[in-house]
Design a protein around this ligand. Structure first.
Ligand code: GDP
Ligand code: MG
Ligand code: ZN
Length: 383
């Protein structure tokens, strides 16, 4: 979370700063003044105007632009009357916010915040840290959304949709079969995690249904890239202890196409979750239960998890073709060896990346993932 400072502010309508004499600090340095006279040429105001003050909470420094939010415009809040909390889930215009003592409030978002973003769904998202004004025992109005870090987003109808905010890591769940493993989809999820600054963990589930030995090569490939990858089974419990170990004390989002076993894994990790996972499910037309909204769930052994709904089409948000290369760290040593400084590693004849693929120094599967993303082909996740 960004550092906060508490400041005393003047409550006045006119927010323009009074003009200051900029020369006085220079005078201090040059002449060694021990005392600086009050700046005399500031406009004089009626005293009553300046004496009404209150404490507010603000970002200490201007935060970097983070996807899906315009922090600079976020209003300060009155911390005497507002409460800080965490958004557990969002239902349309209402969000459920939990405060430190565990109380939950149903909150709407102050209209001024809603108009700050063109994509209304992004104003408040699961995982957000907010300040809200309690209006009733269990109701309130969200006045401020804190700057986000660790975002999982997806492109949805030409807009960015933030699925969850303020998480440390993403467990990318893939099944070996039913549905079949799609290595290129793993690479897309990895790019998306890197974009949102979330550490990835790859979980290859349903390992009870096939011989898992042939998949060790793939696990080795990702481990070499510094990404933990493991085989799991929600049916037999394989890998669950390791997964639990990685989740302890952290904020984790489970991501992956529908049917790979995200909810099942969570239910094995913490059996009491069963009910709560079902709570956020809805029956679709086919009469099948699916998770429809992301919900933040507290783990008994410390930490939080978020189960996400399946994503129909995995489109990357806001990546220029020339930026794709940067998400493939194993390309880096070869890029300077390409024959052209602006080599795209696609059609060029003197391309060091292509040579490295031929020599198996770069995985052919990863290179194909690169090509797919470079050409910006959205990928069916086969839902
Ligand atoms: N054999 C086997 N089936 C699994 C495993 N994990 C999940 N399933 C089944 O796969 C289906 C989809 O699981 P679900 O948890 O709803 O997937 P989600 O859409 O990713 O949340 C269900 O029928 C589960 O029982 C596993 O490890 N092994
Ligand atoms: Mg599910
Ligand atoms: Zn090249």
């Amino acid at each position: 979370m960004a550092k906060k400072k508490k400041i005393r502010v003047e409550m006045r309508k006119n927010r323009s700063k009074p003009p200051r004499n900029k020369g006085w600090t220079r005078g201090f340095q040059e002449h060694g003044f021990t005392e600086v006279a009050p700046v005399s040429d500031e406009r004089v105001r009626a005293k009553g105007d300046l004496s009404r003050k209150r404490t507010i909470v603000q970002d200490e420094s201007a935060p970097p632009q983070v996807a899906g939010q315009e922090h600079a415009e976020m209003p300060a809040v009155d911390e005497v009357v507002c409460l800080p909390g965490r958004v557990l889930r969002v239902h349309g215009l209402q969000s459920v916010v939990e405060v430190a003592d565990g109380r939950q409030f149903r909150c709407v978002v102050r209209r001024v915040l809603r108009t700050m973003n063109t994509d209304e769904r992004n104003v408040v998202t699961t995982g957000d840290r907010v300040w809200f004004l309690p209006t009733q025992e269990d109701e309130g109005v969200i006045e401020r959304v804190e700057p986000r870090h660790g975002l999982l987003t997806r492109a949805s109808r030409q807009r960015e949709h933030v699925l969850v905010a303020n998480v440390d890591q993403v467990v990318i769940v893939m099944s070996l079969v039913e549905p079949d493993l799609k290595p290129h989809l793993i690479d897309r999820y990895l790019v998306s995690a890197a974009q949102g600054r979330i550490a990835p963990i790859i979980c290859l589930n349903k390992s009870d249904l096939v011989d898992p030995v042939p998949y060790q090569t793939l696990i080795g490939l990702y481990n070499q890239l510094g990404i933990p990858a493991l085989l799991t089974s929600a049916a037999t419990g394989v890998g669950i202890d390791r997964l639990r170990h990685w989740l302890r004390g952290r904020q984790t989002v489970f991501s992956g196409q529908s049917g790979v076993g995200k909810s099942s894994l969570l239910n094995v990790i913490q059996p009491e979750l069963a009910l709560r996972v079902r709570e956020v499910s809805e029956t679709n037309q086919k009469g099948k239960h699916t998770t429809t909204t992301a919900e933040l769930i507290r783990l008994d052994f410390g930490g939080w998890v978020v189960d996400t709904p399946g994503i129909r089409q995995f489109e990357l948000w806001n990546i220029m073709p020339e930026e794709v290369e940067g998400f493939f760290p194993e390309f880096r040593p070869f890029v300077p060896l390409c024959g052209y400084p602006d080599c795209t590693h696609t059609h060029e004849d003197r391309c060091a990346i292509k040579r490295a693929v031929d020599r198996r120094q770069i995985s052919a599967s990863r290179y194909l993932s690169y090509l797919g993303m470079f050409e910006e082909k959205p990928m069916e996740s086969g839902e």
